[in-house]
Design a protein. Structure first.
Length: 103
């Protein structure tokens, strides 16, 4: 299991408490089984949320985000996590195209 930081939409109560700052999302730790990851790609919507002040304070303006697609049997699950696709791929120990060519 790999620990990552997920970007989650705040519940209605949390949004009401933080509305003055505009925050609409929270960050929370999650644990991912790398064998369930189907696809990773950069998520531009989270960058827009960061620029609009909708993410919690303290994140660097240069921060990148990744959308993970997880296999859940007959369905799937999508998560947005903090980090670039390259960084997340390394944490999940996924093979990159250059690794695939090397064998």
């Amino acid at each position: 299991m790999i620990r990552l930081v997920e970007v989650r939409e705040s519940s209605r109560g949390q949004v009401a408490q933080t509305e003055g700052r505009g925050q609409r999302f929270t960050l929370s730790e999650i644990y991912i089984n790398p064998t369930h990851v189907v696809c990773i790609r950069e998520d531009a919507s989270a960058i827009r949320f960061l620029n609009e002040g909708l993410l919690p304070e303290g994140l660097d303006d240069r921060q990148r985000f990744t959308r993970l697609h997880l296999n859940r049997g007959q369905g799937g699950l999508e998560l947005i996590v903090v980090g670039s696709p390259d960084t997340i791929g390394e944490k999940l120990n996924l093979k990159t195209p250059s690794n695939l060519l090397k064998g």
